[in-house]
Design a protein around this ligand. Sequence first.
Ligand code: ZN
Length: 198
Amino acid sequence: MGYDRRIMGYVRKILTDNHPTLRKVAKKVQLKQLADPLFQQLIDDMFATMYDAPGIGLAAPQIHVSQRIFVIDLADDEPDHGPLVMINPVFTDTAGSVEATEGCLSVPGYVGEVTRYEQVTCTGFDRFGKKFTVSGDGLFARCLQHEMDHLNGILYVDTAKNIRPAETAEEQAVAEAAQSGGGSLQAAELGNVGALSH
Ligand code: ZN
């Protein structure tokens, strides 16, 4: 069960600097595409790119593919939320409101506070075309919303308050996609704080 990190795809370049692809509304995936080995390779490449960054979420537009796909893996922080692929995701329910600090692999070096739904329910398709639904709150809900925004050409800086260069160790951890073992950080696209030694 779950994605085997040893089966690596190819690390692709992550778009930054408001690249036009980051600003497009991504196209729905046709489910017949899933049978194409190149499509399956794309998903493997998304995981490889996310782990390499390192990050906890990546949307296809971030690697110059304007299609409605994102991957998430919060397992380092939340064992229940390991590798996840969502194709053509939609939110079917949302509740509450909560503010937290976020960073983004496509806006490196910065953080800001974003208000998001506290809880979301998201329905989509897995890489084999099976429909499924996930619900959650906390970091998981935040990550789903951050990645969904990427599919709609939205970056967190569009709505964030107090956007600033990451300065404290915690902010740098968020901005550089790093994640503490303590699990206290609330941010999208985090990685491993162990890599942040300075
Ligand atoms: Zn992002």
